[in-house]
Design a protein around this ligand. Structure first.
Ligand code: AR6
Length: 169
């Protein structure tokens, strides 16, 4: 049984077995959550990402997929990097967004992570509408067959928090 919890705040301040990063396919950093994770997590995370690019992920990480690295200085054992889709009003990419959550939980299971903190993937720079993103995220976690005990959504502001809270009511 997976418990879903909600927290308002900065995901890089969380303590969890795994912290999920809203990355891009280069795995080499960016803005938003990605920038914050690399800043606070320190250079070990980027070094691990570079090693992935030099080995199995020569072309980068595809949208909807996930991969784990060390969490560096973060209060976690792993960072699970996943690449959300850029929102499109004409092309329904919901399956790709759902896949980010599903694949991240699959990786978490492989690692034996029991607590996993997620940001609201794709809702920042990738412009996914928050209510819809919350519906997809909560829906996937509710349906997932996972050994993760706590999925914690870490929402950056009140609007995001409320959108997720509405899905849990
Ligand atoms: N803690 C929790 N949530 C945060 C934080 C934080 N420290 N910072 C931002 N958010 P985004 P995306 C919220 O843009 O839309 C990067 O350049 C933010 O308010 O981080 O998936 C990557 O490299 C929003 O609700 O991720 C990619 O190129 C949510 O986290 C691209 O951005 C996600 O916003 C990915 O864009």
């Amino acid at each position: 049984m997976t418990t879903i919890t909600l927290v308002k705040g900065d995901i890089t301040r969380q303590s969890a077995d795994a912290i999920v990063n809203a990355a891009n396919s280069s795995l080499l950093g960016g803005g938003g959550v990605d920038g914050a994770i690399h800043r606070r997590g320190g250079p070990e995370i980027l070094a691990a990402c570079r090693a992935l690019r030099a080995s199995h992920y020569g072309k980068g990480l595809a949208t909807g997929k996930a991969v784990a690295t060390t969490a560096g200085e973060l209060d976690a054992r792993w960072v699970i990097h996943t690449v959300g889709p850029v929102f499109s009003a004409t092309d329904d990419r919901s399956d790709q967004l759902a896949s980010c959550y599903r694949e991240s939980l699959r990786i978490a299971d492989e690692l034996g992570a029991r607590t996993v903190a997620f940001p609201a993937i794709s809702t920042g720079i990738f412009r996914w509408p928050m209510e819809d993103a919350a519906r997809i995220a909560v829906g996937v976690v509710r349906e997932a067959e996972t050994t993760v005990e706590e999925v914690r959504f870490v929402l950056f502001d009140e609007q995001a928090y409320e959108a997720f809270a509405a899905q849990l009511r």
